[in-house]
Structure formats: structure tokens, C-alpha cells
Design a protein around this ligand. Structure first.
Ligand code: ATP
Length: 602
């Protein structure tokens, strides 16, 4: 066996590393001091101490003895070369332990790495050395559940789903009449269920999602078909609604008239909240008609019913729809009262609060976010500016509507809020819920003069529970966001690396990505992603990738050993150097990419 095989695979000295690489620079420096032949003769001389005819066992023993005498640390070839070049210097291979050790080694699958003493003359490994020089070493099993690196699964799923909904584009066969743009809005996508025609008052309406061209923001567009009036006189009212910015109200952004649909349509532009549905859709059986009287044995759905009939029908609905938890009801009551407080406080009234006009986002009921939708529409469509002095009356109606909405949710039945059934429904809901929630509903449905602010003492300490839950949720989201921020930072590093690695040509140099600093980055890419286990299987370890990228990003002084694929080239570099190479190479690409001159020259 050739003793040289035990030494580093220094064939690179024969084949030569790429000319501009760091290693070539190291070698050049050393070669100026001593020719290659001198290195070889020194190595041969030192190896002559080993009996090449020894059995592999005795050979291993000799090497083991040798290794035992030498502590291990990072590999830096130039120091090895310089120590070898010193004919008077101590032999690296001397078995005499009394001799001062100038370098030490580590044998990895037959390749021996030689390490210089550090600058203090000590051979002790540096405390922060990243002890993983090679993918050929048995890999440290780092117990790191990768899930902790990303946002929680359910949050990620929700956000991905919302993104997908925001990006969805319409099927032109299904929506042939859809305009490409509506004034400053493009990328128009219908949100109504296909074939579903909805009405507000006597007007047909449609709902779309579109992108606002000036900001790229997604918006929700509510179209009122065939609107023939002018809206100039509503400008102050529209401005007042636009100013209302509240967590539980879908904000109004703009109102205009358009001919994009080949008619005169009135458009209301609102904030878009993907993956929302109305309270009606979420909590009520779609078979249930709006008045709830879908009794197959009755010819007149509006005919009054005896108490027991109504009670049984409500109980049946409660049973089939299932009861909402008291927490969910309080959550809804608090959010809606908060929205109403702001609306009434601004001298406005909602007019027509119902289950259809409340959007709900989020799948866990007692954490769901409610937003009152379609504000300002009724005001304009009813066209009763003259009665604006009746705002107090409309606000009273809002409170009654709010009471009915809560009662319908508590009974899980729409017939529960029919005027004749209110007393029965309140009785029934009191069986399942606390007297506090019943008192709120009673107050809202009473005929006395009411005020939204009077609900606050009735909500009482539950408000703190709600606030606590909201703040915990926000902490949780911040925590998840910080993980993704970290991932974003690593992603940017990978973008830089990917833009440099394997670039077929740069500045008319086809070898650019294979030479100089870029060669080192290529080997780093292999170190990062392409390591294999001892038996040749791909070694996939997220923690290795994350840890390595973090060290690169921070420019750590730790060193790593990079191999060429044929293992003929071995480079030892610090993350600091790698970071410098990465930044410099990427800047080169970026500056050429940004230069007009270059494009013209080509
Ligand atoms: N601001 C919004 N952001 C996101 N999605 C919305 C928004 N407004 C409405 N949607 C979605 O569009 C769907 C249709 O909305 P729309 O207001 O037309 O409801 P509707 O049940 O058809 O009511 P109506 O009969 O009053 O028109 C809703 O179910 C909801 O999923």
C-alpha cells in the first residue's frame, strides 16, 4: 500500500485546483517558498518511518498511535505545507511524543487531515469549532424537529389557503361576461356562488374580488346592478363611512359608478378578507329558509303557530344545528357591540344588521373574527337623505337587529327571531345559557330607549377574557412571524447562492462560476446540500442546513472543510471568507444586471 494514500489526497497539487481559487492562492504562496518536489520528498522521507509491508492491522495501529499523540483541530493546508517545507523543522510523523508537535491530524475514511497549531501556539481545538468537517463522517444526530423552524401547521394551512383564494383567477368559460377591468381595478374574480343572484332591497347585486392597480391591493367590489341615480349628494356620508377604520368592520374604500358591465352599476369598494363567509352561511343550515317556516305540512308558511309547534320547531333546529358555546356567543356579542359603538359614536347607523351582513374569518368559533360588511349601501340605496335626522331611530333599530342576531345564534334557528316567537325563544335559550347573555338579549329587544354603551357593564369582566385571548393570539402570531422572518433571511442567502452557482456564463466568461471565489461557493453548495452517509445514501438534515446558513449569514470565524466531488480538492475556509465571497460575487452579478451599458454593449 502506498503510504501516500494515508496522507491527504494531495493529488490536487498535481492536478492543481482552479487557478483563481483560494486554495490555488494558498498554494501559490507556498510554492514561492518551496517547489512541489520538496514537499513530496519531505512527505516521502517522513513516511519512510512506516513499514509499507505491515499488515493493515499493524498499519492501523501505527496510525492510531500517531493520532493518539496528536489532538485534532481544523485543517489549514498552507501551514502544513510550510511546516513540511522546513527541513529543520520537527517531523510531523515522528512517533516520539517528546517532540514538539507542529501539526496534528484527523483520519477520515483513509484521508488524513493535518491541522496547524492555532496562533497562540496551542493545539487545543477552538471552543467554537464546528466539528463536522465532512459529509463522510458519521453525522451527528441532531434532534431538531423541523416543525419548530416553521409557522404552525394550522396557521400555515390557513394562510396558504387565503393566499390561494387571493390569487385565484376566473374560468373565462364560466364567466364570459366578466370585464377585464373595472375602472382602476383589474384581475376581477367573482365571489358570488355561480348562478346565485342576491338582492339588496330591489337591486340585484354581485360581489367580486379585484386588484387595485395603483397599490396592488386586493379589494372586494360590491356591484349594484342598474343604478340610475347620482351619488354626488352622498359624498359627505361616504366620506364619513370611509373614515371608520375598525377591527370589526369591513372598511369602505371607495364608491363610484361604472359602465364596465355595459349598464350603469354602482360599485362599493371594500377591504378584502379572504376565506370569509357570512354568519348565515357558517351557522345555519342552507335548507332553512329565511323566515324558517319550511314546514312541509303547512300550505301557508306565514300562518301563526301554536306555542308548542314553534317551540318544537326551534328545539328541532337547535338539535340539528347544534348549540354554540357560551364563549362563542360572548365573543360574537363583544365584537359586534364594539363595531356598533364606533358606528353609533360617529353619528351613523348600520341599517339592516343581519346574519348575512356579518363576515366571519377563522375556523375556531370562539376565536373567529367578525366584521360587519356592506356598510353605507343601505343608506344610498334607500335614498332617504331627507330623513337623516332620524339617525337616532335607525340606531335603535340597529340595537334590535343586534338582539335578534344574537337570539338566532343562541337558538340556532331563524324562526326564533320572528316577532311572534321572541318570548318563546328567550325562554328556550335561557335553558342553555347564562342569565347574563339572556339579559343582554332582553335589553336589546326591549322597547325602552337603549344605548350601545350600556352593554359594556353587562359584558363586564368577560371583556378582559376576550382581551386576554386576543393578546395571546397576537403573541402567538408574532412568534410564528419571527420564525418565518428567520426563514426569509435564509431564503435570501439561498437566492444569492443560487444566482451564482452553475451560472453558465457571466461577463463573457463561461467559467466564471467555476473559478475563483465562485468555485469555493460551489463546493459550499455541495457541503450544504449534497452530503452523503457512510454507505452513500443522501444525508438530509434540516438542522445542518439551517445551522450552516446561519453561520454563513453571521460570517462566523468557524472553519469548514470543502471537498470537490472527485475529492481531489480540499479547501478549508471560514464562514467569514465564504460570506465575503458570496457578497462580492453577488454584487458583481447585481451591478452588471443593473447596468444599461452592459445590455447595450451586448
Ligand atoms: N369584504 C369581503 N372580503 C372577502 N370576501 C367577501 C367580502 N364580502 C363578501 N365576501 C365573500 O363573498 C361572498 C358573497 O358576498 P355577498 O355580500 O354577496 O353575500 P351574499 O350572501 O350573497 O349576500 P347578499 O345576498 O346580501 O348579496 C360571501 O359569502 C363572502 O364569502
Amino acid at each position: 500500500m502506498d503510504p501516500m494514500a494515508l496522507v491527504t489526497q494531495y493529488n490536487l497539487l498535481q492536478n492543481g485546483p482552479p487557478e483563481e481559487s483560494k486554495l490555488a492562492t494558498y498554494m501559490k504562496r507556498q510554492n514561492n517558498a518551496s517547489p512541489q518536489s520538496s514537499l513530496y520528498s519531505t512527505l516521502s522521507k517522513n513516511y519512510s518511518n512506516l513499514d509499507i509491508n505491515q499488515s493493515s492491522v499493524s498499519m492501523k495501529k501505527a496510525v492510531d498511535n500517531f493520532q493518539a499523540s496528536i489532538p485534532t483541530v481544523d485543517f489549514v493546508p498552507r501551514n502544513l505545507v510550510s511546516s513540511l517545507n522546513n527541513p529543520d523543522g520537527p517531523s510531523m510523523y515522528a512517533k516520539d511524543k517528546s517532540q514538539p508537535i507542529q501539526a496534528y491530524q484527523k483520519n477520515v475514511n483513509g484521508t488524513t487531515y493535518f491541522y496547524p497549531p492555532d496562533t497562540n501556539g496551542s493545539n487545543q481545538p477552538n471552543g467554537n469549532i464546528f466539528d463536522d468537517p465532512s459529509g463522510y463522517l458519521p453525522m451527528p444526530s441532531v434532534e431538531s424537529p423541523t416543525s419548530s423552524l416553521y409557522a404552525q401547521d394550522d396557521l400555515r394551512r390557513d394562510l396558504l389557503h387565503r393566499n390561494a383564494l387571493s390569487m385565484a383567477s376566473p374560468d373565462s368559460d364560466r364567466w364570459p361576461d366578466l370585464p377585464e377591468t373595472i375602472e382602476d381595478y383589474h384581475d376581477v374574480y367573482p365571489l358570488d356562488i355561480y348562478g346565485h343572484s342576491s338582492k339588496i332591497l330591489s337591486y340585484s347585486t354581485s360581489t367580486y374580488r379585484a386588484t387595485y392597480s395603483k397599490t396592488g391591493e386586493k379589494c372586494c367590489l360590491k356591484r349594484i346592478h342598474g343604478f340610475r341615480l347620482t351619488i354626488t349628494k352622498y359624498a359627505p356620508l361616504i366620506e364619513a363611512w370611509k373614515k371608520i377604520n375598525h377591527a370589526n368592520i369591513v372598511q369602505l374604500k371607495d364608491v363610484f359608478i361604472t359602465k364596465a358591465f355595459n349598464d350603469t352599476s354602482l360599485m362599493f369598494i371594500f377591504n378584502y378578507h379572504p376565506d370569509s363567509e357570512s354568519l348565515q352561511t357558517r351557522h345555519f343550515n342552507s335548507n332553512e329558509t329565511m323566515n324558517g317556516y319550511n314546514d312541509p305540512f303547512s300550505s301557508d308558511p306565514n300562518a301563526p303557530r301554536p306555542y308548542s309547534h314553534t317551540k318544537n320547531a326551534i328545539l328541532r333546529h337547535q338539535h340539528s344545528n347544534g348549540l354554540l358555546s357560551e364563549n362563542t356567543l360572548w365573543n360574537y356579542a363583544i365584537q359586534l357591540s364594539s363595531a356598533l359603538r364606533v358606528i353609533h359614536g360617529s353619528g351613523l347607523a348600520l341599517r339592516g344588521l343581519c346574519l348575512n351582513r356579518v363576515l366571519v374569518t377563522g375556523h375556531v368559533n370562539n376565536r373567529a373574527r367578525l366584521r360587519i360588511n356592506c356598510v353605507a349601501i343601505t343608506d344610498i340605496l334607500i335614498n332617504d337623505m331627507a330623513s337623516s335626522n332620524m339617525i337616532g331611530h335607525f340606531q335603535q333599530e340597529d340595537l334590535t337587529d343586534f338582539g335578534k342576531l344574537l337570539l338566532a345564534l343562541a337558538c340556532r334557528s331563524l324562526i326564533a327571531v320572528h316577532q311572534d316567537n321572541l318570548a318563546t325563544s328567550i325562554d328556550l335559550m335561557a335553558r342553555s345559557y347564562s342569565s347574563d347573555i339572556r339579559n343582554i338579549i332582553r335589553y336589546l329587544l326591549s322597547t325602552q330607549r337603549r344605548h350601545i354603551t350600556e352593554l359594556m357593564p353587562m359584558i363586564g369582566a368577560r371583556f378582559y377574557t376576550q382581551l386576554d385571548a386576543a393578546q395571546n393570539h397576537s403573541d402567538n402570531l408574532e412568534n410564528e412571524l419571527s420564525k418565518e422572518m428567520e426563514n426569509g433571511r435564509l431564503f435570501r442567502l439561498l437566492v444569492k447562492l443560487g444566482s451564482i452557482n452553475e451560472r453558465p456564463e457571466f461577463n463573457l466568461d463561461p467559467a466564471w462560476s467555476e473559478t475563483g471565489d465562485r468555485y469555493m461557493l460551489k463546493l459550499f453548495r455541495d457541503y450544504l446540500f449534497h452530503q452523503v452517509t457512510e454507505d452513500g445514501r443522501p444525508w438530509l438534515d434540516m438542522s445542518h442546513i439551517v445551522q450552516t446558513l446561519n453561520k454563513l449569514d453571521s460570517g462566523s470565524s468557524d472553519t469548514i472543510c470543502l471537498y470537490s466531488r472527485d475529492e481531489k480538492t480540499i479547501l478549508v475556509v471560514s464562514y467569514q471568507e465564504l460570506k465575503h465571497c458570496l457578497e462580492q460575487s453577488y454584487c458583481e452579478i447585481a451591478s452588471v444586471a443593473a447596468s444599461d451599458d452592459h445590455i447595450k454593449a451586448e
